[in-house]
Design a protein around this ligand. Structure first.
Ligand code: MTE
Ligand code: MO
Length: 353
């Protein structure tokens, strides 16, 4: 079975730090990965301003120190969640900065019912040309930015320290539960507008194309027919054992299996993780680790001692369910960009001796 997540997991496993290390701590202090479509700009934070404009009555520009000093600072725990999964869910981090809603409110939104608005909020970074466009731009829905419990912030800090250059210094967008592609780093401009961002990364990437879009040429006519990816689906990963590991059964015929799981959008936390060592015929509940601080956004570490048969090339599956009752399907549908795969988590080719 050619399966996007297995290929991508193979890729993850070649990265630093190894996935086993990653699941050994609840808060990731060292970034495991970094995803950019441009070089990493070096910005002088003392001179950096962002502009807020578009469908507002009082557009303004604001410095980073004003973002820190003139608005209450809000903290949220969430991993960046790349849509190609390999890029995602690799760092469970604390982010801190003003709420986007407070900044938009100061700009006096023209829409007087913004929590149910049909408008969009576009984010742009003009610091460096990107692979497929001359700047990086994406958007989210205005209602998401404005609803208090969505906790969208402009992060100035990551894990209690100023952002590092590679993570967006001096200011990046954090949209809990939403694809990492919308978390714009090195933020320059926020525009309230009717349309989604016109940028390549909103219009021609980060969308789940239908199966018929089987070549990039055919895909061209489908991009505008499907929604942009916003909230991410429930997912899980088997970290221990790894693909290709040889593991020994305990004297009572058990194997320790560990991993992590993430909820769909704002429907967390993950409430159940099941593991199967017989190809999905039978499932055993894993123990959900009670890590603090737990939030509806954060990932869940899990582990279980599960009875297993000895054998070569065994597969170990995981399946997560979140607070909204969303469960991973066995497979999720192929798409040319290979994004948002959320079929069962798996370790492949495990030798159980
Ligand atoms: N300015 C800018 N912001 C960006 C990107 C980019 O290329 N340029 N990449 C996005 C994508 S696709 C992802 S997955 C996340 C990755 O964030 P991280 O490097 O902090 O993990 O940043 C997003 N923000
Ligand atoms: Mo990404």
């Amino acid at each position: 079975m050619s399966n996007t997540k297995s290929q991508i997991l193979t890729e993850i496993l070649n990265r630093e730090p190894p996935i086993k290390e990653l699941v050994s701590s609840f808060i990731t202090t060292k970034g495991a990965y970094n995803r950019n479509h441009s070089v990493i700009p070096q910005i002088n934070g003392a001179r950096h301003f962002i502009t807020i404009d578009g469908e507002v009555d009082a557009p303004f520009a604001i410095s980073v120190s004003q973002l820190r000093n003139e608005f209450p600072q809000h903290e949220v725990l969430k991993e960046v969640h790349g849509v190609d999964w390999a890029d995602g869910a690799m760092m469970n981090c604390k982010w801190k900065g003003p709420r986007l809603r407070d900044i938009l409110t100061r700009a006096q939104l023209k829409d007087k019912n913004p929590e149910e608005s049909m408008l969009n909020v576009a984010f742009a970074c003009f610091q460096a040309p990107c692979q497929d466009d001359d700047y990086y731009g994406v958007s989210i829905e205005l209602w998401r930015a404005m609803q208090m419990d969505q906790e969208v912030i402009l992060a100035l800090e990551m894990n209690d320290k100023p952002l590092l250059p590679e993570y967006g210094f001096p200011v990046r967008v954090v949209v809990p539960g939403v694809a990492g592609a919308r978390w714009v780093k090195w933020l320059d401009r926020i525009t309230v507008q009717a349309e989604e961002s016109p940028n390549f990364y909103q219009q021609h990437d980060y969308r789940v194309l239908p199966v018929e879009a089987s070549t990039w040429e055919i895909a061209e006519k489908y991009w505008s027919t499907v929604p942009s990816i916003q909230a991410m689906p429930v997912n899980s990963v088997v970290a221990v054992p790894d693909d290709g590991d040889t593991v020994k059964l305990s004297s009572d015929g058990c194997l320790e299996v560990k991993g992590y799981a993430v909820p769909a959008g704002s429907q967390g936390p993950v409430v159940r993780v099941e593991v199967s060592t017989d190809g999905g015929k039978t499932w055993v509940d894993a123990e959900i680790q009670d890590n603090k601080p737990q939030s509806k956004w954060s990932w869940t570490l899990w582990k279980v001692q599960v009875k297993a048969e000895r054998g070569e090339d065994m597969t170990i599956y995981s399946r997560a369910t979140d607070g909204g009752g969303n469960t991973q399907p066995e497979f999720s549908q192929w798409n040319i960009r290979g994004v948002v795969y959320n079929g069962y988590g798996a370790s492949w080719n495990v030798n159980i001796v």
